[in-house]
Design a protein around this ligand. Sequence first.
Ligand SMILES: NC(=O)c1ccc[n+]([C@@H]2O[C@H](COP(=O)([O-])OP(=O)(O)OC[C@H]3O[C@@H](n4cnc5c(N)ncnc54)[C@H](O)[C@@H]3O)[C@@H](O)[C@H]2O)c1
Ligand SMILES: [Zn+2]
Length: 341
Amino acid sequence: MQIKHSRGSYEIRFRDFDEAMAELPPGCLIVTDDHVLELWGHRFPLGSRVHSLPPGEASKSLSEYQILIEWMIQREARRGTMLAVIGGGVVGDLAGFAAATYMRGIPLVQIPTTLLAQVDASVGGKVGIDLPEGKNLLGCFYQPLRVEICAETMGTLPLRHFKNGMAEVVKYGVILDPALLGRLSEEELTPDHPDLREIIRECVRLKADVVAEDEFETTGKRAILNFGHTVGHALETVTGYGPILHGEAVCVGMRVEAKIAELIGHGAAGTLATVEEALSRQGLPASTPELGRTDELLAVMRRDKKATGSGYAFALPVRAGECKLVTDVPESAVKEALQTS
Ligand SMILES: NC(=O)c1ccc[n+]([C@@H]2O[C@H](COP(=O)([O-])OP(=O)(O)OC[C@H]3O[C@@H](n4cnc5c(N)ncnc54)[C@H](O)[C@@H]3O)[C@@H](O)[C@H]2O)c1
Ligand SMILES: [Zn+2]
């Protein structure tokens, strides 16, 4: 699949892990995390130089960024040195940001190994790190040289992380694809489902189309990918990045934001029920006690990148398969949705 962007294009390839490894140049720098290294490291190319991070969202930090940059300096990385990232969205975002900023940019290959990173994080060129004040607060747009999606890596992914990725799959259904949403409402998708590869490919295509229309998130089109994320990111921020996984936070966020849409009379009646049905069918969390931390959540959401000053900003579903950015949502509706979800 070819992805066009302002400075050219790159390919997303769907193939075996060993094929993807065979194409990495000798001595290539690889960034991964300790879980992925343990499970897949024996298949990394011989002679590659590997930096492994502690697994988990807490590694998407300024301190791990600095450690990685220093490692790259010690390995004498140059402008043309390739950095391959093998892992989930955490290493993808962090090492992608390092590749984007080291010597103003070195070639990057993304090899995502979680469902969430395959259907979402590795596509679209957003890279960055979290700060204590907010998630992804430091980052940029940086397109990779290519993305290698190896569905076989799903074979070792723990179920909780598979479900975590399913939250983003449901999101695509809600915002763009009523047929996908309908299917997800009827049948639970499992890691060994025969259609999983096809669904991953469909999600990548949906995201790539949106990103192609609005690469730098300036027209509002790309903002629809943020459905569930304003509340989701706030939940991740107030809990200190880690206890609630990104997809789990987004799942609760989608329920709250669909409720906000209903409360302000945005979109077709019954949309909230449709969203909830698909999430429940996929065995995703219904709520979290952390929603009770209303004031903290509101404070984080006021700093959201989409917020304009006249109110809270959310990408809200209009109906199944359609979503719109709304920038003047009153605080009373946000509060009520948090308190009743
Ligand atoms: N850049 C973007 O556009 C974008 C989009 C969505 C999410 N994200 C970011 O992605 C991050 C979440 O990514 P994630 O859910 O992949 O988390 P993650 O990178 O922490 O990976 C989840 C866990 O799975 C393990 N793992 C990875 N691959 C495995 C495999 N094949 N087998 C066994 N274990 C494996 C990891 O070690 C980790 O413990 C968040 O920081 C989020 O903000 C970015
Ligand atoms: Zn997400």
